[in-house]
Design a protein around this ligand. Structure first.
Ligand SMILES: Nc1ncnc2c1ncn2[C@@H]1O[C@H](COP(=O)(O)OP(=O)(O)OP(=O)(O)O)[C@@H](O)[C@H]1O
Ligand SMILES: [Mg+2]
Length: 362
């Protein structure tokens, strides 16, 4: 079992009468890659600042290797941060920015050069050491900020949207670099992004945030396959979400019909929401289909056709199909029982986990 290195227990933060973090409970184990994922204003940066020691929390405890650190100053926490606004030293060149922390720690001069060079190489900035910060693009500055933090090899690295200023190609390269670095050095990463694909690709575990609360935590596969509620299903990947009710265990009604599903543990007739992912829907004839829809529009996306269609109740259906459809045509949609994911309307994460455990693996 891995050691818990950072532990937030019932952490809340309020500014005046506005609560921006509500009862946050997060356990971070040594050596893993964690991501805080959520929309703008959901509290991601606030959590990093609380862990780094740049703000006082209103309630709750922050533990580092089991010791409460609420009152430990930022510079005495074994944590390093890549800030959302980079926070580079504008009067120093690239090399000196990256070397700064090593010099403070009185690292050997010859070692400093090697380590700074290695860090700059990792962020694809070899040869930029003499440049002034003002002579760099936003994406280059962002990479200097990453180099400055990783060169110190802290136990925990907090990264606040560290790739947001990079173009798609460089961003992808840096994702591989960060993941590789994290695994090679065994540093614990707490990474912030509002890009769900990035979170799914990089993380061992994701905390999905909304409105100052953790909505769901789990592996990328768990969160994608078993979203706890409408917000998570909608935010992670693309989803069709329709209202229905649970007829009995493993039998759900929506769109005027009953369907076999793999979900259980709800009350009879309980109202629910049903998630079907666009890639799990196939287009067939009306007779062979489970849901009848009229194709409205389609876009060619390279590796699939993105089709928008409407059923008779006016619900919109998003379909990712390998073959094109005809606009205006009425077609049937099919899907498997396993592709139906049923969500209760207001289930706590605790109840959700317990319910899944009670019937999964039966
Ligand atoms: N000093 C402050 N005083 C009052 N409200 C604040 C302060 N700092 C942050 N907030 C509020 O706290 C909430 C959470 O902010 P936070 O910066 O953590 O969001 P975020 O998830 O990092 O968003 P983004 O993706 O835009 O960076 C926001 O509604 C923000 O307006
Ligand atoms: Mg932020």
């Amino acid at each position: 079992m891995s050691e818990v290195i950072v532990d937030l227990q019932h952490v809340s933060k309020a500014y005046g009468s506005t609560t921006v973090l509500k009862d946050i409970n997060i356990e971070i184990e040594q050596g893993k890659f964690y991501t805080l994922l959520g929309p703008s204003g959901s509290g991601k940066t606030t959590i990093l600042r609380a862990i780094a020691g740049f703000l006082d929390v209103t309630e709750g405890d922050i533990l580092f290797q089991g010791k409460r650190i609420n009152d430990v100053p930022a510079n005495q926490r074994n944590v390093n941060t890549v800030f959302q606004d980079y926070a580079l030293f504008p009067h120093m060149n690239v090399f000196d920015n990256v070397a700064y922390g090593l010099r403070i720690r009185k690292t050997d001069k010859s070692q400093i050069t090697d380590r700074v060079d290695a860090a700059l190489k990792m962020v694809r900035l070899s040869g930029y050491g003499d440049r002034e910060i003002s002579e760099l693009s936003g994406g280059q500055q962002q990479r200097v900020a990453i180099a400055r933090a990783i060169v110190l090899e802290p136990q925990v690295l907090l990264l606040d949207e560290p790739l947001s200023a990079l173009d798609a190609k460089l961003r992808r390269d840096m994702q591989y670099e960060l993941r590789e670095l994290q695994q090679r050095l065994g540093i614990t990463f707490l990474f912030v992004t509002h890009d769900q694909e990035e979170a799914l690709a990089l993380s061992d575990e994701i905390f999905v945030m909304n409105d100052g609360e953790v909505q769901q935590s789990g592996t990328p596969v768990d969160i994608y396959d078993e979203p706890i509620n409408h917000f998570v299903a909608d935010f992670i990947g693309e989803s069709n979400i329709v209202s229905g009710h649970m007829v009995a265990d493993y039998l759900v009604e929506f769109n005027g019909k009953e369907f076999e599903s793999v979900d259980a543990g709800m009350k009879p007739n309980e109202p629910v929401e049903v998630v079907l992912r666009p890639e799990d829907l196939d287009i067939t004839t009306v007779d062979a289909g489970k849901v009848e829809v009229e194709v409205d529009t389609q876009l060619f996306r390279g590796d699939y056709y993105e089709i928008v269609a409407y059923d008779r109740l006016g619900n919109e259906w998003l379909i990712h199909a390998t073959n094109p459809a005809k606009e205006g045509e009425t077609v049937g949609l099919t899907f498997d029982a396993e592709d139906i994911h049923v969500m209760r309307l207001n289930e706590s994460e605790e109840d959700f986990d317990a319910r899944l455990e009670s019937y999964e693996g039966e």
